[in-house]
Write a protein that binds this ligand. Structure first.
Ligand code: GLN
Length: 380
């Protein structure tokens, strides 16, 4: 159960983006916007790099950013954090790795929910943990207390949760979150809650942090991503937040992973976090319109589109679309022959059960989405 990284396949995102470049395809695979990101933030980052300082900032993060994170979550999610409960990382993936390295000992079991983001399993295993996967199934992807409970053993230490859920684009409701919280409290589990899509949510439904569920404030490490918040995915500024007793060990792991993160980007993100709820809501609404545009166009081409409640993604159910081929074959075919890259959901399951669903990124201009839908129409 300890994978050797030299034998490990390249992540599906890198493979698909490579194929997209090779075939000059529209890349709806790896999730990133085709817009340049907020100009005000890019200017702040440019000024900060010119003015400096450009030497190592404190390992836990630039103080102004840690304070801004506390204030941001207080105002937008009514979550109570202290500056000692925030560590800035080089992206959310590093925050997840640091949380695992800090709190998982060899033999500890970690629950994940599949389809799960592809970094989770190898990182848990490399931390010495044992993965226990709870299977969620299309098209509802519902989480039940029975299914979570059934996966718990005396060795279970942690739950690695993702809400909204990439790749299924599901936002778990308060009932499901309460069920997860009850299991965590009952078995004294730590939860790492990957909430990087917290502001990319649709139809007016607010995101609720696992931190604010009953009994979870002292046992949740909430992970956030400035890259996702501002549509600047290459910046790789993330944060791990929670009770200082949980976060201090994460900060210890972080000091030996990357130690710190570019100070100019941290300074710019600190300013952006002050923009307030309206700005984030407007960005979510914009992305919701992109979701609708691609979804409507794909339906018109005969595709069965599953609901997307958050993230940059929607999924098409190939079987329900009358396409009798595995998702991996479909994705290979559309990128090589029709010039559109997508991600097969099979890549997010160790033993794939959802073999006929493909994920598409809609964080693109209308013209690009329309052209992609037209090409996918010809692929049917
Ligand atoms: N989070 C991105 C996605 O789901 C991928 C990020 C990466 O490639 N590391 O598409």
């Amino acid at each position: 159960s300890h994978p050797v990284f030299t034998d490990m396949p390249t992540t599906v995102f890198e493979v698909m983006s490579g194929l997209a470049r090779q075939h000059d395809a529209i890349n709806l695979g790896q999730g990133f916007p085709d817009a340049p990101g907020p100009e005000a933030l890019r200017r702040l980052a440019a000024e900060a790099v010119l003015n400096g300082p450009n030497q190592y900032p404190p390992s836990r993060g630039v103080p102004a950013l840690r304070e801004a994170v506390v204030e941001h979550y207080r105002r937008l999610q009514q979550v109570n954090l202290s500056v000692d409960g925030v560590v800035v990382t080089s992206g959310a993936t590093e925050a997840i790795a640091a949380a695992l390295f800090a709190h998982v000992s060899p033999g500890d079991e970690v629950l994940i929910f599949e389809p799960a983001y592809d970094a989770y399993r190898p990182l848990i295993q490399r931390a010495g943990g044992v993965v226990r996967a709870v299977a969620l199934t299309a098209p509802t992807w519902r989480l039940t207390e029975e299914a979570i409970e059934a996966a718990v053993t005396p060795a279970t230490r942690m739950v690695l949760f993702n809400n909204p859920l990439n790749p299924a684009a599901r936002m778990f409701d308060t009932g499901e979150i309460a069920a997860l919280a009850r299991v965590c409290v009952r078995h004294d589990l730590i939860a790492v809650s990957d909430e990087v899509w917290e502001h990319i949510v649709f139809d007016g439904r607010p995101h609720r942090s696992l931190l604010s569920a009953s009994g979870m404030a002292e046992r949740t490490i909430k992970i956030g991503s400035a890259g996702k918040m501002f549509g600047l995915t290459g910046w790789k500024v993330g944060f791990a937040c929670g009770a200082p007793e949980l976060i201090t060990p994460v900060a210890k792991a972080h000091q030996f992973l990357t130690f710190t993160t570019a100070p100019n980007l941290q300074t710019a993100v600190a300013a952006g976090l002050g923009w307030g709820a309206d700005w984030f809501r407007a960005q979510g609404d914009d992305l919701g319109r992109s979701r609708d545009r691609l979804g409507t166009a794909l339906k018109a081409e005969g595709y069965a589109v599953t609901p997307s409640e958050g993230t940059y993604f929607l999924c098409v159910d190939l079987a329900a679309s009358g396409l009798a081929l595995p998702d991996e074959d479909f994705c290979r075919r559309i990128v090589t022959e029709f010039g559109v890259a997508a991600i097969p959901l099979s890549a997010f399951e160790a033993t794939p059960i959802t073999r006929t669903v493909a994920r598409l990124c809609f964080a693109k201009s209308d013209a690009v989405l329309d052209q992609a839908a037209e090409r996918l129409g010809r692929a049917r």
